[in-house]
Ligand binder design. Structure first.
Ligand code: T3D
Length: 262
């Protein structure tokens, strides 16, 4: 178990799972330039540790993340594209392209870019009473940090437009019902459930998990024929993996498989 406490982020790793906790609870873990830099440092630690298979992102205190800290003195209000290009866009691109499985555990308020951070995870869990809002419209902005991309893909155009245009707050339970997230769970058991999911995924063949992630995102730009080709190439790579051989042997020998990520 290792733990690194930065100023606004806590990084912990244990048995193949890296936990990144946004840690500005008094401001509902809203993003600052400093926090973005620390998240990058935490993700660098993930990159440097080949044992990490799952990244779990959550927030300290009663909130997950309230989006951009609107009082951050480093925020350039007359050049919002700069903040997006330097901080948010690379973060979302990194989370969706990294080989590790990314889980978000939404433990309370998720607003603006905080909501969209949760949507950028491969699997999003939320407490049933968590409150999620595309708060952008209330300050005269459109959803960023991938919001206009994730929302229609996850819930269809009508619900996506509704969430973005009204900024309506929805609960974790409602987010689950509309297919926006993987699962809503009792608030008290959220972190236990997230940890269990992370452990289950960390025990699965990591090469296959990474190929699943790549293929699913690639499908957004591919025709069916292109996707069939991509699946064949990926399956060919996985077919030569030790984990595939182990999986088949374990099945035939009626024993649990021991995957090594090789
Ligand atoms: O290019 C760019 O950089 C633009 C990028 C934009 C990305 C975005 O995310 S834009 C959207 C930014 N977020 C918001 O507009 C949400 C603002 N917050 C709220 O509307 C409410 O706080 C919530 C609905 C999220 C939660 O309400 P509630 O009643 O549970 O909590 P609260 O009392 O409002 O907040 C608690 C504290 O956190 C409070 O501080 P205080 O008064 O006790 O000292 C509040 O000011 C602070 N806080 C919450 N959100 C933010 C924030 N401080 C700065 N920035 C915030 N986003």
């Amino acid at each position: 178990m290792s733990r690194t406490e930065l100023t606004q982020v806590i990084y912990e790793s244990n048995q193949g799972i890296a936990k990144i906790t946004l840690n500005r609870p008094e401001k509902l873990n809203s993003f600052t330039t400093q926090m973005h830099a620390e998240i990058r440092s935490a993700l660098d630690l993930v990159d440097q540790d080949p044992s990490i298979r799952v990244v779990l992102i959550t927030g300290a205190g009663k909130g997950f993340c309230a989006g951009q800290d609107l009082a951050d003195p480093e925020l350039q209000l007359d050049n919002l594209a700069q903040t997006l290009e330097q901080n948010y866009n690379p973060l979302i691109a990194r989370l969706t392209s990294m080989p590790q499985v990314v889980i978000a555990a939404v433990n309370g308020v998720a607003a603006g870019a905080g909501f969209n951070l949760a949507l950028a995870a491969d699997l999003t869990l939320a407490g049933k009473k968590a409150s999620l809002t595309q708060a952008f419209i209330r300050i005269g902005l459109l959803p960023d940090a991938g919001g206009t991309w994730f929302l229609p893909k996850k819930v269809g155009l009508q619900k996506a437009l509704g969430l973005a245009m009204t900024g309506k707050k929805i609960s974790g339970e409602e987010a689950d019902q509309m297919g926006l997230i993987w699962k809503a769970v009792d608030d008290e058991s959220l972190m236990d459930e997230a940890q269990q999911l992370a452990e289950d995924l960390a025990a699965l063949p990591s090469l296959a998990l990474a190929e699943i992630k790549t293929a699913m995102y690639a499908a957004n730009n591919n025709t069916l024929e292109q996707q069939l080709d991509l699946e064949a190439a990926a399956q060919n790579r996985l077919g030569t993996s030790q984990d595939f051989r182990e999986g088949v042997s374990a099945f035939l020998e009626k024993r649990p498989a021991q995957f090594k990520g090789q």
